[in-house]
Design a protein around this ligand. Structure first.
Ligand code: RB5
Length: 148
């Protein structure tokens, strides 16, 4: 299950990516908003997408102007490993090594065709496990031990 969300800064790219995943990749994707260019707060969208990803054991795509704010917000939720990617190599490696479950993109920084190839790579690359599992487990431990 794929969930996508954006703020107003990511709205146009979100629509392009939604149509690409549904129409060209022929995958199920749920649009969690926003649904217009009216201003919204990216942490609210990060929260609804992240919770759906965790509940359904799916993957997410989050888009704001730069991808920075929305990725920071998503990564505050335990269990989320959100990777902001602006090229394909990072998208491939964050799936293989980090088991990233959410991809963040910048609607004002990344062109549509590049964004499509980043999304395609993210959605079609699997986690390698092995030595990387231990490191992902350590990320989970940080979540449990981070109350300062
Ligand atoms: C909204 O103007 C903008 O701040 C937001 O889309 C994002 O770029 C924040 O990181």
């Amino acid at each position: 299950m794929i969930f996508i969300g954006c703020d107003h800064g990511g709205y146009e790219l979100k629509m392009e990516i939604y149509n690409y995943v549904k129409g060209e990749m022929r995958l199920d994707i749920t649009d969690m908003g926003c649904f217009s260019k009216d201003s919204v707060d990216y942490p609210d969208i990060a929260e609804v997408v992240a919770k759906s990803v965790l509940e359904k054991n799916g993957v997410g795509i989050l888009i704001c102007g730069t991808g920075v704010g929305i990725s920071i917000a998503a990564n505050k939720i335990n269990g989320v490993r959100c990777a902001l990617c602006s090229e394909e190599y990072s998208a491939r490696m964050t799936r293989k090594h980090n088991d990233a479950n959410i991809l963040a993109l910048g609607g004002r920084t990344t062109g549509v065709e590049l964004a499509k190839s980043i999304v395609n790579t993210f959605l079609t690359t699997g986690f390698e496990g092995g030595r990387h599992q231990k490191r992902v487990d350590k990320i989970s431990s940080l979540e449990k031990n981070s109350s300062l």
